[in-house]
Ligand binder design. Structure first.
Ligand code: M6R
Length: 366
């Protein structure tokens, strides 16, 4: 069942090129600039009239929600709030009937996300689900939805669910943007074209596996890790840190790179590896100055960079290259090396990669 891989997690990491193309297949006509998603189409006015989108989710799905915040605001010009379902449900939130609530859940069974949906429905909002498991409770409870076609995700650490959630959310944001006229046909075409190239770019990113194994060997015994990113890659930093904690039990934190100087910089010394997502697209110069700040405090730098990068390579202890893509889609490639890094570190430490202690695949209790 693991298809020759040692663990489900590794298999699922490697399935991402196919999972992503399975998720957009049949949904986009690149040349025509058409995006077909019945759940969105049937409710298009709800989206185009929305004053606000509220995204509710937990864990990795919440991180996909944060990426979606950037996507919806950038493309569709709709303000977005991303909420932990557990906080949202208990705080008497302000919800208007013209809010669109998007619930994201791989399993479709997460108790807090389910409760958030019920609350939003009670208050009259339109609730849209992005689930992976067909027929799951959340997919049935929502008014409409779009599935990720990732196939079964068995490893407790979510991998292909994350990248396919971003794929679906990109398509929705682009479709709504087109309907609102907030994106030009040319831009739309460019993005669809680029999305169709993502599977091969993810496959290319996977080729760094052996190099990442060497980096894992080097840092597997540290007590802490820091992950930094800006813009679209800030949520990727959070996701990288979550992946490492959950399967290797090494403490890790993700931060927006610029927040470092507001506290976490105090942690930096020669014992502290800092994974910095520093692709050419999106605040590159700013990230380089963040890297300089780490270097001058003797922090160890692992840069996730665009192929052919020179500037970060000069400063970093290690770099991991990913193919170039447009800014909005960088999370789809930058996430890959972080998944592999966590996998190898956990494996080297002898941890149960697929079933980490204290965790369940779906959290059906609050
Ligand atoms: O099934 P869901 O997407 O609703 O699950 C949400 C979280 O429990 C889940 O993403 C969790 O954080 C993962 N174990 C992270 O890898």
């Amino acid at each position: 069942e693991k298809n020759g891989y040692d663990h489900f997690m590794l298999k699922e990491i490697y399935e991402q090129p196919d999972a992503i193309s399975d998720t957009y297949r049949g949904r986009m006509l690149v040349d025509e600039g058409i995006i077909r998603m019945a759940g969105v189409e049937d409710n298009l006015e709800k989206f185009t009239n929305a004053k606000r989108i509220i995204i509710v989710a937990c864990g990795t799905s919440w991180h996909a929600g944060l990426v979606a915040e950037y996507l919806f605001e950038d493309f569709a010009r709709i303000p977005v709030e991303v909420e932990y379902a557990s906080e949202f449900r208990y705080r008497n939130p302000v919800i208007y009937p013209d809010d669109v609530v998007i619930a994201i859940s791989q399993s479709g069974e997460t108790a807090d996300t389910m409760a958030a949906i019920k609350l939003a429905k009670e208050k009259g909002a339109f609730v849209f689900g992005v689930c992976n498991v067909v027929g799951s409770s959340i997919s049935r409870e929502t008014h409409a939805g779009a599935y990720t076609h990732a196939g079964p995700e068995i490893g407790v650490a979510s991998t292909k669910a994350f990248t396919t959630q971003i794929t679906v959310l990109s398509l929705i944001a682009l479709k709504v943007a087109k309907a609102k006229g907030s994106i030009t046909n040319e831009q739309l075409h460019l993005h669809l074209q680029e999305l169709s190239l993502i599977p091969e770019k993810v496959a290319e990113a996977l080729k760094s596996n052996e190099h990442i194994e060497l980096i894992a060997e080097k840092y597997k015994d540290v007590a802490n890790f820091l992950y930094l990113g800006r813009g679209f890659n800030f949520p990727v930093a959070l996701e990288g840190a979550l992946k490492l904690k959950e399967i290797s039990y090494i403490h890790a934190e993700g931060y927006p790179a610029a927040e470092m100087k507001h506290g976490p910089i105090a942690l930096i010394d020669e014992q502290m590896p800092v994974v910095v997502i520093a692709t050419k697209k999106g605040h590159y110069e700013k990230v380089i100055s963040n890297i300089q700040e780490i270097k001058s405090r003797n922090g160890r730098i692992i840069g996730v960079v665009t192929k052919g990068d020179v500037a970060v390579r000069e400063l970093a202890d290690y770099v991991i290259e990913v193919p170039d893509t447009i800014e909005a889609f960088t999370p789809l490639v930058t996430t890959i090396p972080l998944q592999l890094l966590s996998y190898h570190i956990a494996l080297m430490l002898g941890k149960n990669v697929d079933q980490p202690r204290n965790l369940a695949k779906s959290v059906t209790v609050e």
